[in-house]
Design a protein. Structure first.
Length: 348
């Protein structure tokens, strides 16, 4: 384990220098984040016996993140998730995006925020702020902005992620973190025995291309009901159309926090006693069970197979710009986009 707060994280293909930053709290929990993509690389949390366990999938250096295609630990923006038809309108003006997902747009196209070097603005032992200037027209979106992402590790073993930006035109902003969690350890295999609770009565069904239909459907009597905690594997392969379309869980749940920063989910490993609580002020969460991981080469020689991590991506609903009944992802000129998500770790 590095003793320095900052170490080299390698160079990008075009020679850009990247860094790895270590955050630590008074209880020994550690988070490692990089200025390449403002990505979360390692997250070491104590298990029930006090042993530190790295609970996020990742790569050894910047080249892994530059070459990787499964968005491990990434800060995703300007608009996370999908936009149907890779096009939208704001104020009667049409905008087009990269078609990088079956004719749709996923995670804002090929010029990803997570494939860029962010500027380090401020740093302390327990927090760091990265800044990315996103000009007007970046990725196809109107308006320039400076996106700030602050990671902070508190003494309650919570890693919080704070997003801030003020656009100079009306635009879409919908930021998320795409970490894959495995509470048994990043290299420990399947997460299907993890128990999950979601504070959601409904989800948003999608078509075969993962674009929401606009329906807000009750989870009652479906494999999407996590209002009582149960294992991910209990019904992940059920004969239910949304699960067939997604190859497992890869859906947006409608949270009951009413715009307040509140606990919206829990994930528990009974094997080592680690429990993760998820807090957010955003209206939705995409739970994705790594259905398309396929022997991805990871850190420390790990190989990440299908369903070896679970993502809980807090967000505005996918394709919200096309559905008037979904909470709106448009941030108006001069208004502040200000959102927080936190992952807190306890032991059973």
């Amino acid at each position: 384990m590095e003793t320095q707060t900052v170490t080299s994280f390698g160079r990008t293909k075009d020679g850009g220098e990247t860094h790895l930053y270590r955050l630590e709290n008074h209880r020994g929990m550690q988070a490692y984040v990089t200025d390449f993509g403002a990505s979360l690389v390692r997250l070491l949390v104590p298990d029930k016996d006090g042993r530190l366990t790295d609970v996020v999938l990742g790569y050894d250096d910047a080249s892994g993140y530059e070459n990787g295609g499964v968005v491990l630990g990434a800060t995703v923006g300007r608009n996370a998730n999908r936009t149907g038809g890779a096009a939208f309108e704001i104020n009667g003006v049409a905008y087009t995006l990269d078609k990088n997902d079956n004719g749709n747009n996923l995670h804002s196209g090929n010029d990803y925020y997570q494939k860029r070097i962010w500027r380090t603005e401020a740093q302390a032992a327990d927090r760091i702020t990265f800044v990315l200037h996103s000009p007007d027209g970046d990725q196809g979106y109107p308006g320039a902005l400076d996106m700030r992402v602050t990671y902070q590790l508190d003494n309650e073993n919570a890693l919080s992620i704070h997003y801030e930006a003020v656009p100079d035109q009306d635009t879409i902003i919908n930021m998320t973190n795409h970490s894959y969690f495995n509470l048994n350890g990043h290299d420990s295999g399947s997460v299907l025995e993890h128990r999950v609770w979601l504070n959601a009565d409904c989800f948003t069904p999608a078509d075969a291309e993962s674009i929401p239909t606009g329906e807000i459907r009750s989870v009652d009597g479906t494999p999407m009901d996590f209002r009582t905690a149960r294992t991910l594997g209990a019904e992940i392969d059920a004969d239910y159309e949304p699960l067939r379309f997604g190859g497992g869980y890869d859906h947006n749940w409608v949270l009951k926090n009413n715009g307040r920063f509140a606990k919206v989910a829990e994930v528990t490993s009974e094997k080592n006693g680690i429990r993760m609580e998820v807090y957010t002020d955003l209206p939705g969460v995409q739970m994705y069970t790594g259905n398309f991981l396929d022997d991805e080469p990871g850190k420390g020689g790990a190989r990440y197979a299908k369903r070896s991590g679970v993502c809980l991506e807090t967000q505005y609903f996918p394709d919200a710009v096309h559905h008037d009944n979904f909470p709106g992802p448009i941030c108006r000129k001069g208004e502040k986009y200000d959102s927080r998500t936190a992952y807190r770790f306890l032991t059973e």
